[in-house]
Design a protein. Structure first.
Lengths: 883, 105
């Protein structure tokens, strides 16, 4: 009790100092005077009494200092003093402060942004009961992305026959496409045990229970807290409301009835897809259940390991493989995997970005390291010029530890400013990052949405990064402050530098050059890869095609569709700037794809190595619209409607199945079809669904009007798009046009990870090089400034200016060379690691490292040139007089 | 001065003298102890301050007989309680020590 009171009084004492100091002194003076009075009464002379009194009482100044320490909280008082002093020091060097704070803002901001993205996707546990026991199943087929999609009957089998899971759930996103203007709802269909499985309780109403699985016209649904707040203002009347969910694959809209609101912390089982509404399995009509696919999650029983679960699931899954392999032996290569779902369900987004994001995290961590090295160098250079100040303070009685604390406080001050600004910048940066990341995903289901919360974890991370940075760049100056001996500091008047400090400074430059080289090499690698992907011949004209997804389901039959399509084409062609129009079942890089085995007489493939050909159904003028050349034969004609068994193939197909022969007029069979197709044309190769892969052998079938529209344009696409949308809606009915996008956008969207990495790596690589330049420049300028006297003497003794500049440049060049020497293996190693983390990136050669080195050498030359020039400008007389 | 005895000496002196300034406390202690305890300022004033921070004494400004401004310290109720407690503790300690030391060696 009295301890707290004492602390509070001390706290108050810290802030009310000035008036009390005077009173304290008065009290002490009185004491001394009274002793003197006593002594005088005993007969001493006035002078003797005063002297004796002072001796007896002890020094006033010492007692004052002692009492000051006791009065307030010493450390707090010191901290405030240090902060004041630090602010003054920083304000005195505005350029230094600006550069340092900007560097830190960038570095800490980048780290925070990266972390706030990576954390929910890769690190953070789901906010559900015992997330460590959650697992997910994935089907893997060599060359394909892992897929967590199983039939409902498989779900029932695995759930009933396994021995290692306490429970299992199935869930699948509805394929809700947004109609113009309104944001689509993130809806999931889930088995009724979903909430019990996760241990998620209702905030209002109830969650689903086992009876909810039965097919129903108005299946029960639970909404998320956020959705409840956004759409129902958090009111209880939400219960009983109907949410309409449109999914093309279902016969009609689902009228989901809200029965409850999930607890606030729960926002779905993946951070990468929107989760607003969880609808019971009742939404799926009984007739469609055999075809429905769901993602599976399970909870391990206590004591069961993932390895055991994997082994058991392989056994349970075997019948499925056997069934598939009967149709096609290739499916034997399929395996099932069980992985942890502790952080949530894997989605295409997490699969696609897991590697790149981890890499990004590493890159920004290196950037922070670089920034710290840089600032340490600058502080050190500056510390040298402050050596005199330090020496004065030490000789006036400042304790060494006190000096260290002062220096560290300054570092902390700098880092805190940088950290605070970085946090603000990170919010912005993370938003931009998520926008880039989600721009490319076109997988079915709710639109991807990354939650980037500014929560305690992110804040803790930022504060941690800030403290670490402060310690990292503040340690060296602090050590210097600790060892600064007052005598030498005063005597030399800030003259020659100590050897250890020079070695340390050189070490920093070497480290910076080496790290920048590695960073720049990685960024060059990614930039080169992206350029390679962009430049690679696509086989079509990416810049002149506008794509429209059209819902043609209103046409009753094929004939009516063809008729409507003819009308659309005629009217679209009338728009100025539209050169040609075509329809196709799929558009390049759209994500949707179909394929089939091809049988050609006289061409024999080993059963295990058969490969499918890609399929597309196209209308006349498709090749004209895409700018893909027809190499032989003819294009489709409207009249081919009556002759549907004619196809056009691409060159890759012709080369594979008809080597050295003319494919025109030949007959081929598609998988499971009795009647042959006749080849009437050969088109040039073009990319199908992945720009990273070579053009696959492709069969173009004939279709008139089904699928999406492609318009070859010669005007501004944005202007045309609205006209075209209106016109197509007129013909096919209101809202039949879905997405309108340019082919260029669609292609770019398919290489988002590469673009993201190239953009970020390029940006951070440039920043890194800039930092290295600033560091190099600063340290060299400092070195030259230190050597001014030496240079003056040399010049006075007859050295030529050329010799002097060579001397300065040589010592700098030596340091930079060592940096390159050490950086080369680091760059080699990091480009190897970087290449491995991105699929489809060819093994890195020396190219990126060479171009990074070239860029760094240019930077180094500039950074060396300016100080060197300044060195030769030294006037001997002035330099010597400076003593 | 023996560690921990300063507080009890100062508190006891203030209890005997009533409100008094620092020099009076020091002089009184010196007198009562027969000159064996001499408190210099560096011991006395931080001690007074500590007692004040703990709330055992309160200092107020007043005038001496020579009409000089001086800070007078007086015991607070908490200080009286503390003094009583410390006295008890001290005499118990003395008894214990005597018992131990009076054992024949």
């Amino acid at each position: 009790m009295s301890a707290i009171r004492e602390w509070l009084r001390r706290l108050r004492g810290t802030f009310h100092r000035a008036p009390e100091d005077a009173e304290m002194e008065e009290e002490l003076r009185l004491h001394v005077d009274m002793i003197a009075d006593d002594l005088k009464r005993r007969g001493l002379s006035f002078e003797d009494a005063a002297r004796q009194a002072r001796l007896q009482a002890g020094g006033i100044a010492q007692v004052m200092e002692q009492r000051r320490d006791q009065r307030g909280l010493r450390w707090l008082e010191d901290l405030i003093q240090d902060l004041r002093y630090g602010v003054r020091t920083l304000r005195r060097a505005p350029v230094f402060t600006a550069v340092t704070v900007a560097t830190l803002t960038l570095a800490i901001g980048a780290n925070t942004a990266a972390f706030s993205l990576v954390d929910p996707l890769l690190f953070r546990d789901l906010p559900v009961r015992d997330p460590g026991r959650l697992v997910q199943f994935t089907e893997r087929y060599p060359g394909d992305p892992p897929l967590n999609m199983f039939g409902l009957e498989n779900y029932a089998q695995y759930r009933d026959r396994n021995t290692l899971f306490s429970d299992m759930v199935g869930l699948a996103p509805f394929n809700t496409e947004s109609s113009a203007g309104s944001e689509p709802v993130g809806a999931w269909v889930v088995t009724a045990n979903f909430f019990r499985f996760l241990g998620v309780r209702p905030a209002l109403g109830r969650v689903l229970d086992d009876s909810d699985d039965a097919p129903s016209g108005a299946p029960p649904a639970v909404v998320s807290w956020r959705y409840w707040q956004g759409h129902f203002n958090g009111e209880a009347r939400a219960l009983g409301s109907i949410i309409d969910i449109n999914d093309r694959r279902l016969p009609g809209p689902v009228h989901a009835t809200v029965v409850g609101v999930a607890e606030r912390t729960f926002s779905g089982v993946t951070a990468s897809m929107r989760s607003d509404v969880w609808v019971s399995l009742g939404a799926i009509p009984a007739a469609m259940r055999s075809r429905a696919g769901v993602a599976l999650m399970a909870r391990l029983k206590p004591g069961a390991s993932i390895g055991q679960a994997r082994a058991e699931m392989r056994v349970l899954y075997q019948p499925s493989i056997d069934a598939l392999a009967q149709r096609d032996p290739q499916w034997r290569h399929t395996t099932i995997d069980v992985t942890s779902a502790r952080v949530g369900l894997s989605t295409p987004l997490t699969d696609q970005f897991g590697g790149p994001l981890s890499l990004l995290m590493a890159i920004v961590a290196i950037l922070l390291l670089l920034a710290c090295a840089n600032i340490a160098g600058l502080l050190l250079a500056r510390g040298a010029s402050r050596q005199q100040e330090m020496a004065v303070r030490v000789s006036l009685g400042a304790g060494r530890l006190r000096m260290v604390r002062q220096v560290l406080t300054e570092s902390l001050l700098l880092a805190s400013i940088g950290g605070a600004l970085g946090l603000v910048g990170a919010r912005f940066g993370a938003t931009v990052l998520t926008r880039i990341m989600t721009s490319g995903t076109q997988s079915p289901g709710p639109p991807p949405r990354l939650e980037i919360p500014l929560d305690a974890r992110v804040l803790t991370f930022t504060i941690g990064a800030t403290l670490l940075a402060a310690l990292a760049f503040g340690l060296a100056p602090a050590i210097v402050a600790f060892v600064s001996a007052p005598a030498s500091g005063l005597r030399q008047g800030g003259g020659a530098q100590t050897k250890s400090r020079r070695v340390f400074g050189n070490g920093l430059v070497i480290a910076q050059v080496a790290i920048s080289l590695a960073l720049l090499s990685v960024s060059q690698l990614y930039i080169g890869h992206l350029r390679h992907l962009r430049d690679r011949s696509l086989g079509f004209d990416r810049d002149r095609v506008l794509l429209m997804s059209v819902n043609t389901s209103r046409a009753q039959n094929r004939a009516q569709l063809a008729a409507l399509y003819r009308v659309v084409v005629a009217r679209l062609r009338a728009i100025p700037g539209v050169d040609s129009v075509a329809a196709s079942g799929m558009t390049p890089m759209s994500g949707g794809a179909s394929s089939a085995f091809l049988r050609v007489e006289g061409f024999i493939e080993p059963a295990d190595d058969r490969q499918r050909v890609s399929l597309n159904a196209v209308s006349p003028n498709y090749f004209l619209t895409y700018g893909t050349p027809l190499l032989a034969g003819r294009d489709f004609r409207d009249s081919d409607v009556d002759q549907p068994r004619r196809i056009i193939v691409n060159q890759a197909l012709a080369r594979k199945y008809f080597p050295g022969r003319d494919p025109l007029g030949r007959h081929v069979w598609l998988e499971n079809q009795r009647d042959p197709y006749e080849i009437v044309g050969v088109a040039g190769d073009s990319k199908y669904n992945d720009v990273r892969l070579p053009s696959p052998p492709t069969v173009y079938q004939f279709a008139l009007g089904s699928g999406d529209l492609s318009l070859r344009t010669s005007g501004r696409q944005a202007a045309l798009a609205d006209d075209a949308r209106r016109l197509v809606n007129d013909v096919f009915g209101p809202n039949s046009v879905g997405r309108v996008t340019s082919l260029a956008e669609q292609v770019d969207a398919s290489i988002v990870p590469e673009r993201l990495l190239a953009t970020l790596a390029g940006f951070f690589g440039t920043v890194g090089a800039l930092l290295a330049a600033i560091g190099l420049f600063g340290l060299l300028a400092y070195t030259v400034a230190r050597q001014t006297k030496e240079i003056g003497i040399r010049l006075a003794l007859g050295a030529t200016r050329g010799r002097v500049s060579r001397m300065v440049a040589t010592s700098a060049g030596w340091v930079v060379s060592v940096g390159f020497l050490l950086g080369a293996p680091a760059a080699f190693w990091s480009t190897r690691v970087a290449a491995r983390s991105v699929e489809s990136l060819p093994a890195a050669g020396g190219g990126p490292i060479a171009s990074a080195a070239a860029a760094l050498i240019a930077v180094a030359i500039i950074a060396v040139y300016v100080p060197t020039r300044r060195a030769t400008r030294v006037e001997p007389v002035i330099a010597l007089r400076a003593e | 001065v023996l560690q921990g005895t300063l507080d009890i000496m100062v508190l006891q002196t203030l209890a005997a003298l009533g409100s008094s300034h620092g020099y009076a406390v020091a002089a009184r202690i010196q007198q009562v102890s027969g000159g064996r305890v001499q408190l210099n300022m560096g011991t006395l004033y931080p001690g007074l301050m500590r007692l004040e921070q703990r709330g055992f004494v309160r200092g107020t400004w007043g005038a001496t007989e020579n009409n000089r401004r001086a800070r007078f310290y007086a015991l607070t109720p908490a200080g009286k309680k503390q003094l009583a407690a410390e006295k008890r503790e001290w005499s118990r300690m003395v008894t214990t020590m005597q018992a131990i030391l009076s054992e024949p060696s």
